[in-house]
Ligand binder design. Structure first.
Ligand SMILES: Cc1cc2nc3c(=O)[nH]c(=O)nc-3n(C[C@H](O)[C@H](O)[C@H](O)COP(=O)(O)OP(=O)(O)OC[C@H]3O[C@@H](n4cnc5c(N)ncnc54)[C@H](O)[C@@H]3O)c2cc1C
Length: 641
């Protein structure tokens, strides 16, 4: 029987050998003190293995063979109702039957209490089978989990410290409806005039005299928006500082809005799907334009905290897109490899022609590199999130336990922040590239509907757009590293010196090469800072020399002074990603010598790529920036999209 886990040695490497499960399992199972919980790491990981094996079989045998039928019979509107294809609905009946909507939800709510990391690994396999199914699936368990996390954040979940289970949680009814497959949730952020620029959101939230909230406005591009529960971000306060483009973020609040309610008199609708977007891919994932007209809403957290809650939601979603991208890469690679092994040209199969052989090897290297980054990001992100949840829910018995959670939170949050935008950026861009190469390797038939290559490319193209575009991810990654350097400039100088020293002194030639890549990446950051400073100095030429020091150090204008960094953000992100992946693969190669070959292959291309990007950062941009100098542009704390 086909199995997308069993046939993937690289994925099994992480599951069986690489992932350090114990610390995560301890967080998930509250040190094995939970009622009805697992009693050991071994017991828990055996269960995760079984679940992933079950998913591997389900997606390979029930979803992948239906991918074409799903694609050819897209979701549509019939008499104002959104209707999925029969094949799609049948798949969701099966997913529901095996209880996968509750994969990461606590047992006391009917879930399996598995880590999010297991969900992400399953997500890759779902996406390899069909992206529409993966996407819609994530709006079930993912949204139920978000309800639980939000309730913990705002303090409306209570933990019983005796049994380490939940006593009460605010959205229990809604969560149970979702994990039993009766409905699902949606994430309503984007509006016709506000996508990346969230400060421009206009959907209004108002309170009546009794304190009840109501939401009015339009939301566009809402995935699975025909579900009952909508997380809606809406403006509850007016913008105070009209000169600050980010001021609008402070006036946003976060709401749960049911699209309908079933009453004894029948179903009462509070909002509606106005239309479905006619997309080029993801054909069975409904993308809805929503209208809310004075819809009753439940405020989550406090007013004005909408942006904070939204970031929390988006963080997991971005890691999720990383794994979705990985599934597309894996599928592209396999389709291309199989076709190239059969198609003959000029006396041999095309996989034996030099260029095609190189494409296939690069696709394999990049898919496995992406998996290394994905697993790393998911692990740190979950370790940070679980320890934060334990702190917020006061799920500790004494100060020692509390300090342990604080330490874990701090340590893992830093790493999660560093790698999450890199994963979203790199994964989605690689998926597009690989789907395109898959089509190219198929030649003429790749451009026909007979083969899946063209569908993969159409499906992949949205990955760099949703959950924060590639440009927004680059700005976030760039902002984080540069602001950190401005806070601790010594770290950069030391980092460069250490990396250069290792290029000379390291014993392992691969370690030397990784150090070279790190030196290039740090050097590019230094170049950017130097260019920003030089630009600032140039702008001071109209001022008296005695004023230069104070103007230089105190009067930084984010609108102009950061522009070299904004221009080169994508290049820097590529450098940061190459450096991060090489560090991970080096660590793997040190522990598992059989992984050295992967690192060697990765570095072969990554070093020249880094030299190229560094050179562009150092030598280009001034001319264009001079033409833009009057245009406001920001390296803000708060770019999200
Ligand atoms: C299939 C699909 C599903 C979606 N699902 C959801 C969903 O479930 N919920 C939801 O709320 N939204 C959803 N979206 C919306 C998606 O998140 C937005 O399309 C995305 O955030 C970009 O916003 P925009 O379309 O308004 O583009 P814009 O923000 O107008 O951006 C246009 C271009 O300008 C670039 N750009 C913008 N600002 C900057 C800047 N400061 N510097 C450099 N470049 C910049 C962008 O990167 C992009 O290339 C979905 C979209 C699609 C296509």
């Amino acid at each position: 029987m086909a199995n997308f886990l069993e046939d993937n040695e690289d994925l099994k490497f992480y599951l069986e050998k690489y992932i350090d499960w114990e610390p995560l399992v301890r967080l998930v199972e509250y040190d094995f003190k939970m009622n009805d919980g697992f009693e050991s790491n071994e017991e828990a990981t055996e269960f995760y293995n079984d679940v992933l094996n079950m998913v591997g079989e389900l997606v390979a045998n029930e979803i992948a063979p239906r991918a074409k039928a799903i694609e050819e019979n897209p979701v549509k509107m019939v008499d104002g109702e959104v209707v999925g294809s029969p094949e799609f609905n049948a798949i969701f009946d099966q997913i529901n039957e095996v209880g996968l909507h509750g994969l990461c939800l606590p047992r006391e709510l009917g879930g399996m209490n598995a880590p999010l990391l297991v969900y992400m690994l399953a997500g890759e396999m779902f996406s390899r089978a069909d992206v529409s199914v993966m996407t819609h699936h994530s709006f079930h368990g993912g949204m139920a989990l978000a309800m639980l996390l939000f309730s913990v954040m705002e303090g409306s979940t209570e933990i019983d410290l005796e049994t380490m289970t939940m006593k009460t949680t605010r959205f229990q009814k809604e969560i149970e409806e979702i994990i039993t497959g009766q409905t699902w949730g949606a994430m309503d952020i984007t509006e016709p005039d506000a996508g990346s620029d969230m400060a421009a959101l206009r959907t209004k939230a108002e309170q009546d005299e009794d304190g009840n909230w109501f939401v009015t406005g339009e939301k566009t591009f809402i995935t699975s928006g025909h579900g009952k529960y909508h997380f809606v971000i809406a403006r509850s306060e007016e913008t105070k500082d009209s000169d600050d483009p980010f001021a609008g973020l402070a006036g946003l609040s976060f709401f749960l809005v049911p699209l309908w309610e079933d009453t004894p008199e029948g179903r009462k609708h509070y909002g509606r799907v106005d239309r479905l977007e006619d997309k080029i891919g993801h054909k069975n994932s409904a993308t809805c334009a929503m209208v809310f007209d004075h819809a009753p809403a439940q405020l989550i957290g406090k007013r004005g905290e909408g942006f904070r809650y939204m970031l929390f939601l988006m963080n997991n979603a971005r890691v999720g897109v990383g794994f979705e991208s990985l599934g597309v890469c894996e599928n592209s690679l396999r389709l291309a490899k199989n076709y190239a092994a059969e198609r003959r040209s000029m006396g041999k199969t095309i996989d034996k022609h030099e260029m095609i052989a190189e494409y296939l090897e690069d696709m394999d290297t990049d898919t496995r590199s992406l998996r290394a980054l994905g697993v790393h990001a998911a692990y740190h992100s979950e370790m940070a999130q679980r320890s934060q949840i334990a702190l917020l829910a006061k799920a500790y018995h004494n100060d020692t336990e509390k300090s342990r959670y604080e330490l874990l939170y701090k340590r893992h949050l830093k790493e999660a922040r560093r790698v999450t935008p890199l994963l979203k950026y790199y994964g989605s861009e690689r998926a597009v590239y690989m789907a395109r190469m898959c089509m190219q390797i198929h030649g003429g038939v790749g451009y026909t509907k007979e083969y899946q290559a063209e569908q993969l490319l159409r499906d992949a193209l949205v990955l760099p757009i949703y959950e924060g575009t590639s440009q927004i991810q680059s700005l976030m990654a760039t902002k984080d590293v540069l602001l950190n350097i401005l806070k601790n400039p010594k770290d950069l100088v030391q980092g460069i010196a250490q990396a250069k020293w290792r290029t000379l002194s390291a014993r392992d030639p691969l370690d030397k090469k990784v150090a070279k890549l790190q030196a290039l990446c740090l050097g590019a950051q230094q170049t950017l800072l130097t260019r920003m400073a030089a630009k600032k100095f140039r702008s001071l030429s109209n001022h008296k020399v005695v004023d230069w020091a104070s103007k230089f150090f105190k009067e930084w204008d984010a609108k102009k002074d950061f522009s070299p960094a904004l221009l080169h953000a994508e290049r820097l992100t590529l450098l940061l990603t190459d450096a991060a992946i090489s560090e991970l693969l080096l660590e793997q190669a040190t522990r598992f010598p059989e992984r050295r070959e992967l690192l060697e292959r990765f570095l072969e291309k990554a070093i020249p790529r880094a030299e190229y990007n560094s050179s562009l950062i150092a030598t280009t941009g001034d001319r264009l920036l001079d033409t833009l100098d009057d245009t406001p542009a920001q390296l803000g704390e708060k770019q999200v999209g």
